[in-house]
Design a protein around this ligand. Structure first.
Ligand SMILES: C[S@@+](CC[C@H](N)C(=O)[O-])C[C@H]1O[C@@H](n2cnc3c(N)ncnc32)[C@H](O)[C@@H]1O
Length: 252
């Protein structure tokens, strides 16, 4: 957990240690400024533009994997954890922020037909997700891929999902977006269902980098879940597998 990432001194030290990252950072800073000046202050609209820009160069990089091998590996890490924690073929699964199905194609393959739902705010990444379905010949599994512009789940019936999964989505979201999700997710989760999400954890000051990467104290998200009648706990057995922390949210 990086505690002082928000400090200018941390950023200067980081830049000196990683000079090759300076140019990409400046490119993102310039993009952030352009998108904000063009009036995209709503986070979903802003992040949709970020994804449009990133997917145009490479959908795998847009979801955070520099190479195909890393895309495969991080999908496997997510999927293996879900299976270890009891994901069954007859479960109904929603993946929030499914991206181009890095983990999703494995989940779809594992489930019975019609049991996977993926949502995303980015039409460009959902087109890439369609291509992943075709590449892995998963059409017979009838996955549903939905474009959304909020996290109210108004499109879903109540008590619909055994598992809701979100990897590296809330690490890109301001607190009001997570608040909206927590306010509504309890309605669509089955009583014994679970909602696993990852986030960037910090013990220091909560902050964001260029409105793209957000850092929270675990206690903030646990308290937020509690305010919406949900129970949340950090999953310690996830920690060795990935730099983001995992929170498990359940109905009380
Ligand atoms: C880093 S990618 C991760 C994609 C996928 N979960 C994976 O692990 O490959 C983040 C994804 O979350 C989506 N996203 C960001 N904010 C979202 C929101 N508020 N609701 C739904 N999806 C969102 C982005 O469009 C992007 O596809």
């Amino acid at each position: 957990m990086a505690d002082d990432r928000y400090r200018l001194t941390y950023r200067i030290r980081y830049a000196l240690r990683n000079p090759r990252r300076i140019r990409p950072y400046l490119r993102r800073a310039w993009r952030d400024l352009r998108f904000r000046l063009s009036g995209r202050r709503d986070h979903v609209a802003f992040y949709r533009e970020v994804m449009r820009d990133d997917v145009a160069s490479d959908p795998k990089k847009a979801v955070g994997s520099a190479t195909h091998d890393r895309w495969l590996a991080l999908g496997a890490v997510q999927f293996d954890y879900l299976v270890e924690h009891g994901l069954r073929a007859d479960h109904d699964v929603l993946e929030i922020g499914c991206g181009n199905l890095r983990a999703g194609w494995r989940i779809i393959e594992h489930l019975e037909p019609g049991r996977y739902w993926g949502t995303d705010i980015s039409p460009d990444v959902l087109l890439a997700a369609n291509r992943t379905v075709q590449r892995y010949e998963l059409q017979v599994k009838e996955p549903r891929l939905h474009l959304v512009d909020d996290l109210t789940f108004a499109w879903s019936p109540s008590d619909r999902f055994d598992l809701i999964h979100a990897h590296s989505v809330f690490s890109h979201c301001p607190i009001e977006v997570i608040d909206e999700c927590f306010a509504h997710v309890g309605r669509i989760l089955r009583p014994r269902g679970r909602f696993d999400l990852t986030f960037n954890a910090t013990r220091g000051k909560e902050h964001h980098v260029l409105h793209e990467d957000y850092y929270y104290q675990p206690a903030t998200l646990i308290a937020l879940a509690g305010r919406h009648g949900l129970k949340a706990q950090v999953m310690d057995d996830w920690a060795p597998r990935h730099k983001q922390a995992k929170l498990r949210v359940t109905r009380v």
